[in-house]
Design a binder for this molecule. Structure first.
Ligand code: OOG
Ligand code: NI
Length: 442
């Protein structure tokens, strides 16, 4: 649906597929590894998308809808500090098996009208939002049925997908008149994007790329305008966290109806395409170092929206990240990243001692470790993606104003803490190694 709605997105998918194929052909070892760990044929498929919701009721219902598909809220992101009046979570599969099957996430933001200064406008926007119903009646019924039965049969599942798809569809007719649109837009472009329409259209989708710098470089050759810089850490041997970049949102025709029934043509800019590439999940200590180095790099060069200092920014970023170790062994030794442990062939055949420390088991060659992939998002990067798609002129200041409690109340559930989650995966892998080693002993 999105590919049809946004043709430039189709072009981006083509570039990604081409670059991924070239990367795999040039690196047989990588190809082999992906064959072992992921399903290779899905390498170029979408890994996340994003929507923006207007009310607590919409967010709470969205949580129930995603739960039917095995997707649960992970993480809390406050974007107010970055000048965007929303806070967000990501709905995603959580368990290992579910992630392997389909590692797709939806970055879901809730508008914060409380951050809009104009009180009259705020009240009008609230009234407009209260009146809309973003889910079809059948989508709501099927969600309830799934909750009661603990799932849906194949026929219902098919209907459920078709019904829920309606919520994510683009509408080229606004629900408000052009004058109101302009007032909302002047308050903040994002307010206009959320309030003006019948529902929370998908605003981007994001395939995974094996060479993000190359896709970024190629976009202009295909007539697509990339955002100025790739967000996140610099290019490294050992990839950490998440790197992402997008093409700039397109101006699309929208019609607005006046009170007397006449239609007026206008435009709205919201929809774009993005690419991502993921690395190891960092511990709080590793994340602290990442945040510190990123802040330092931005003190040297702040990336300009027009791309004029992109090279200088890349250099400042690379320089700033020199202190971040670039080997898995050092990252592990210094407690910066999360790893999954497993027995080596020697470990499988040795009568080892389960009681010694994990470091000793590694040193003895009984246990090896692989990085755990970061499945979540980064607020500074998300802000950069938002910002470049809201119009580059539009940086607006709000005071940092996180309110996770409020968000969770609106959501009707608490979000999973991502650090606890990764720590749990790591701990479980260690426990499994120990169990196997003591079984070998018995
Ligand atoms: C979401 C922007 C954040 C990401 O990848 O960090 C995001 C939005 O524009 O609604 O998708
Ligand atoms: Ni995104």
């Amino acid at each position: 649906m999105y590919r049809t709605e946004v043709p430039a997105y189709g072009t981006l998918m083509d570039i990604v597929a081409r670059v991924n194929t070239a990367t795999l052909n040039a690196d047989p070892a990588l190809k082999h590894r992906l064959e072992e760990t992921d399903s290779l044929e899905r390498v170029s498929e979408e890994r996340h998308g994003a929507i923006r919701l207007g009310t607590a009721a919409e967010l709470a219902m969205m949580r129930r809808v995603f739960a039917v598909m095995g997707m649960f809220p992970v993480g809390y992101y406050d974007l107010s500090e970055a000048g965007v009046p929303v806070h967000s979570t990501a709905f995603r599969p959580v368990g290992d098996a579910a992630l392997k099957r389909n590692p797709f996430r939806v970055f879901t933001s809730l508008l914060r009208l409380d951050l809009i200064a104009d009180e009259a406008l705020r009240a009008e926007a609230e009234t407009i939002l209260q009146k809309r119903q973003i889910f079809t009646a059948s989508a709501a019924e099927l969600t309830e049925k799934a909750e009661q039965q603990g799932g849906l049969d194949a026929d219902d599942a098919k209907r459920f997908v078709a019904e829920v798809l309606e919520t994510f569809r683009w509408h080229n007719q606004a629900k408000i008149d052009l004058a109101m649109y302009k007032r909302l837009h002047d308050a903040h472009r994002l307010v206009a994007d959320v309030v003006s329409f019948k529902g929370p259209h998908i605003n981007h989708l994001t395939p995974r790329t094996l060479d993000i710098d190359e896709v970024q470089r190629l976009m202009p050759e295909y007539g697509i305008a990339p955002k100025a810089v790739v967000e996140g850490p610099p290019s490294r041997r050992c990839a950490i966290l998440l790197r992402q970049t997008s093409f700039k949102a397109l101006e699309e025709a929208v019609s607005f109806q006046d009170a007397d029934g006449t239609w007026q043509q206008g435009t709205h800019t919201a929809r774009f395409g993005e690419i991502e590439s993921r690395g190891i999940a960092l511990t709080p200590k590793g994340r602290g170092l990442y945040d510190k180095l990123l802040t330092e790099s931005r003190k040297v060069v702040r990336p300009a929206a027009d791309g004029s200092n992109a090279r200088a920014y890349e250099k400042a970023l690379a320089d700033a990240f020199v202190p971040f170790p670039d080997s898995w062994a050092e990252i592990r030794d210094q407690g910066l990243g999360y790893f999954r442990y497993s027995l080596t062939p020697k470990g499988r055949s040795t009568i080892g001692s389960a009681d010694v420390s994990i470091d000793q088991l590694v040193a003895d060659g009984l246990v090896c470790f692989d990085p755990i992939v970061y499945e979540d998002f980064l607020p500074v990067s998300a802000a950069g993606i938002f910002q470049s798609n809201l119009g580059d002129e539009a940086a607006q200041e709000f005071a940092a104003n996180p309110n996770q409690q409020r968000f969770e109340r609106d959501l009707g559930a608490s979000v999973l803490n991502e650090f606890d989650h990764y720590a749990g995966i790591e701990a479980q892998s260690i426990a499994e190694c120990r169990a196997l080693l003591s079984a070998a002993q018995a």
